[in-house]
Ligand binder design. Structure first.
Ligand code: NDP
Length: 286
């Protein structure tokens, strides 16, 4: 299979730097603009090939990568009859959206019916990881499919885990996001309390960093919480979507903390949905 021609769909905060890393690593990247032409212009300057639609990307590449906002866009793009009609059976779809396991399985079964192989491959590591090519990939699918496309994934990531069948990648990502969303709220409350008690923030970071209350979130987001810097990064509306996936998958009332976190993210979304998810802290930090 010609791995060098890669179609890339979803050129946002994550997709744009990921596509740039593919170009840097010698891949011929094929793109089409959606609403915003900026990312396509940036990529074509670096050598990407522009098409007039995602259908044309599909019919020109054997490897397709998608990293779209939610299940809705995954369904609209990947399950459209028009798009499916352009795919040949030797295509591999690498699906990197943080979507639901259910939508991932639906896409997989539509593609299996056409003999097309799918790798479920959501990512962690944020925009910095996307820029530096150091993402963690949580792959769901067959070992042979992963091995075939591993060189493409290596151009964007540092750690690749095969976590189970198609859908398992999305599931483990949802669990990660549920924890991250809760940890952000906990970190915001820690900063609020430290401010009230007039604790030096560097000292807090140093001491808690070596104690049982430490979390990745507190260590990495304390400064932006303290500075009220809510530039995305990772949009609050996307975090709400991720915790919703976790709560929906639980399908009962046992995830009490996640359910409460979801309510807070939902309440914050109208005002802060386009800001970084650390803007959830506004309810506790004045
Ligand atoms: P963005 O909102 O920044 O980007 C989404 C991209 O998808 C935009 O380029 C948008 O184009 C494009 N798009 C939307 N609808 C379509 C469509 N129908 N056809 C083609 N392109 C479309 O999101 P992110 O890049 O931040 O996130 C993408 C996914 O990655 C999400 O599932 C998110 O949860 C996950 N993720 C994000 C991380 C982060 O730190 N940001 C970290 C890890 C995972 P346009 O703007 O032109 O509409």
């Amino acid at each position: 299979m010609d791995l060098k021609r890669v179609g890339f769909i979803g050129l946002g905060a994550m997709g744009l730097p990921m596509a740039k890393n593919l170009i840097k690593n010698g891949y011929e990247v094929h793109v089409a603009s959606h609403r915003n032409r900026g990312p396509v212009e940036e990529l074509t300057k670096e050598g990407a090939i522009e098409h007039s639609s995602v259908k044309d990307i599909a019919s020109n590449c054997n490897v397709l990568i998608s990293i779209l906002p939610t299940d809705n866009e995954m369904g609209n793009v990947l399950l459209s009859e028009n798009f499916l009609a352009g795919l040949s059976s030797d295509t591999v779809l690498i699906e990197m959206t943080s979507g639901s396991p259910g939508m991932m399985k639906k896409v997989n079964s539509a593609y299996q019916n056409k003999g097309i192989r799918v790798l479920d491959a959501p990512v962690s590591g944020g925009t910095a990881g996307a820029e530096n090519g150091t993402l963690t990939i949580m792959a769901g699918g067959e070992t042979e499919v992963l091995e075939e496309v591993r060189p493409v994934l290596d151009a964007m990531s540092q750690n690749i885990y095969l976590v189970g069948p198609v859908g398992a990648g999305k599931a483990i990502k949802a669990i990660n996001q549920m924890l991250a969303g809760i940890h952000m709220i906990a970190s915001a409350e820690a900063v609020a309390l430290a401010e009230k008690l007039e604790i030096n923030m560097e000292m807090l970071k140093q001491v808690v960093g070596k104690s049982s209350g430490a979390s990745w979130m507190l260590m990495n987001k304390l400064d932006s919480l303290q500075n009220r810097n809510f530039t995305p990064g990772f949009k609050l509306s996307l975090m709400k979507k991720d915790i919703q996936i976790a709560v929906d998958e639980a399908d009962d009332q046992r995830l009490q903390l996640a359910s409460y976190a979801l309510e807070l993210y939902k309440k914050s979304e109208p005002e802060s949905g386009e800001q970084d998810f650390s803007a959830i802290s506004k309810y506790v930090l004045s």
